[in-house]
Design a protein around this ligand. Structure first.
Ligand code: KG4
Ligand code: ZN
Length: 348
């Protein structure tokens, strides 16, 4: 079985072909066309511009992905239907519908959050039959649009335990980077600046809040953290604001505040639900410090819990994870006429 997947939920236009032979899955091709450079000047994704770019890029990406996969016979089309930016999602959905009509193949609608979770199961020699021992799992999906803690009882069985009440973790990285004048996307830039900081060299003694860290629920809130960064920044004289030492220290402090909250709440959920594994996903899961500190904490506090993180390249949006999710949802093939984009689609 060969699945062609399409992803346009935010600012990456992506297509991939996945081959499933018996229980072995193989990526035949994967193309990601990123718009980040275009959106950088706005300090975030500009939806109408993103929509136009998807429209322009989809036929190009489609041609490339088929060529790279050596023009395979496609058995099913998978497409992200939500959550995401509605005008962007529609571009992918309409493109997929058109393909389905032409190829007369079935269509599988995919939830973007579920796809981020499935990014963990991408591997060239992966045997999908051995995965039962991961569940129940606690999944933390952290991206530019979402921050959700999800209880995963099995493939396809999800319950949202908590989510952000305001900004997503990635959005917080992006907004802090904008305050500091560092460009977009903020996550990788802040991570790079933070890596240059040596904790013993503290000059500014920056103190930032860890919103909701002590609360028993599984919700998050990041807008207060961003505001605290803004106040600290505004209270500094212009010379300090622009100084590399201040930027490095602030990047380190804000990254650590985000990491502390994410780890604390996820580990608490894992303990409470007796999880066999913790699974990360989404663009923020590409953060090296987050990955390292999570590993350390799990080994120290819940050493019998497995820890799954996607390869860095599959943390941010891509169509391979959509194809993976589609393979597991292959029984959900549906009539293309029934498919529509839903910006607020929930998992579960
Ligand atoms: O999953 P994704 O590609 O798109 C959405 O579904 O939103 O995530 C993009 C987000 C951006 O906010 C970006 O700043 C963040 O992921 N990000 C990172 C890193 N790489 C990307 N955040 C922290 N550290 C990183 N290394
Ligand atoms: Zn995403």
């Amino acid at each position: 079985m060969k699945i062609l997947a399409i992803e346009t939920s935010c600012d990456e236009t992506s297509a991939a072909v996945l081959e499933a032979k018996k229980s072995q899955l193989k990526i035949l091709s994967n193309i990601v066309s990123s718009q980040v450079k275009l959106h950088a000047k706005y300090g975030g994704v500009y939806p109408s511009l993103a929509k136009r770019e998807h429209q322009k890029n989809l036929p190009i990406v489609f041609k490339k992905v088929l060529k790279e996969a050596k023009n395979p016979k496609i058995d099913a089309i998978a497409v992200t239907v939500g959550p995401g930016l509605e005008p962007c999602l529609w571009q992918g959905v309409n493109f997929a519908k058109e393909l389905v009509r032409k190829l007369k193949s079935p269509i599988i609608p995919i939830n973007h959050i579920e796809a981020h979770i499935f990014a963990n199961f991408i591997s060239p020699q992966y045997s999908i039959l051995n995965t039962k021992y991961f569940f129940p799992a606690i999944c933390l999906v952290v991206s530019g649009g979402h921050t959700q803690l999800i209880l995963m009882k099995d493939f396809g069985k999800y319950k949202i335990l908590g989510e952000t009440r305001d900004d997503a973790a990635g959005e917080c990285f992006d907004k802090i980077a904008r305050i500091l004048g560092l460009g977009y996307p903020g996550g990788p830039i802040i991570a790079a600046e933070a890596a240059k900081y040596k904790i013993q060299n503290t000059k500014y003694k920056i103190q930032l809040p860890r919103p909701m860290i002590g609360q028993k629920n599984y919700d998050f809130s990041f807008s207060g953290l961003k505001t605290a960064v803004l106040y600290d920044f505004k209270n500094r004289v212009p010379k300090i604001r622009k100084s590399p030492s201040y930027i490095k220290e602030m990047c380190y402090a804000s990254q650590q505040a985000i990491i502390d909250v994410l780890i604390k709440k996820t580990i608490r959920a894992a303990k409470n639900y007796k999880a066999k594994s913790i699974i990360l996903g989404g663009g923020v899961a590409a953060n090296e410090e987050l990955r390292r500190q999570f590993k350390e904490k799990i080994e120290r506090e819940i050493p019998n819990t497995k820890y799954l993180i996607p390869n860095i390249e599959y943390c941010t949006d891509n169509a391979v994870m959509v194809a993976m999710a589609a393979y597991f949802n292959r029984s959900k093939k549906t009539n293309w006429k029934k498919i529509s984009a839903n910006a607020n689609l929930k998992i579960g």
